[in-house]
Design a protein. Structure first.
Lengths: 141, 75
């Protein structure tokens, strides 16, 4: 029976760190106006959570080697994440154009709005990458 | 199913070698050896040669290519 490799454990650690930081953040910004402090704080928290969880995974794993299959699966993850990111950027550009034409964008909040939307795109791309890699590992490609 | 098949499991068993021991000899993870033995992952040519070297047999004795498209192709 196959047990989890170091790479899989590391991916679950990354997923846990992402969910731990981003879920509360996005729940908060859905109900409150976002500020630069929130976004910077979220990024700092994310870095701290990643370091802590990856350290735990590294300590708990005996065999930390990476082989050709790991690199192939990582490439697959990055490819899908790239397509997701490009699709969302194109969609975002289209929405920006529509909102500008309709006059729905407040010019005073443009910077923070963009920052928040870009952060959301990065999060979704990251989740696509992790999901692709975990599925690939489970399917044993 | 077409593609590359292998006898890694049988050859490993003949040498009384564990999956981890084989993985260590060819710098792979045990999970990759499991995937190769299950015909779910085709290793690179270099890794295939290294596996054959560990068993001391020619490459074609470890890996065989089955082309299922031959029968279905119209001429």
């Amino acid at each position: 029976m196959s047990t989890l490799s170091y790479q899989e454990k590391s991916l679950y650690g990354t997923l846990a760190a992402d969910l731990l930081v981003y879920v509360p953040y996005f729940i908060y910004v859905m109900h409150h106006p976002t500020t630069l402090t929130h976004i910077v704080g979220t990024i700092i928290l994310l870095i701290v959570a990643h370091i802590m969880l990856q350290s735990i995974v590294a300590i708990a794993s005996r065999n930390r080697i990476t082989d050709e299959r790991d690199r192939q699966i990582a490439g697959l993850g990055y490819r899908n994440a790239y397509f997701a990111l490009v699709s969302m950027i194109l969609l975002g550009m289209g929405m920006l154009w529509v909102h500008s034409v309709e006059g729905l964008i407040n010019p005073n909040h443009m910077g923070l709005h963009f920052l928040s939307v870009f952060l959301g795109m990065v999060v979704i791309s990251e989740l696509v990458k992790i999901a692709t890699q975990l599925i690939a590992y489970r399917r044993s490609i | 199913m077409g593609g590359i098949r292998n006898n890694v499991r049988d050859l490993r068993a003949a040498l009384d070698m564990t999956q981890q021991q084989l993985a260590d000899r060819i710098d792979l993870t045990r999970q990759t050896v499991i995937a190769i033995e299950g015909d779910k992952y085709s290793p690179s040519l270099e890794t295939a040669f290294r596996i054959a070297n560990v068993f001391g047999v020619p490459l074609e004795q470890v890996f065989q290519y089955h082309d299922d498209r031959k029968g279905s192709r119209k001429r």
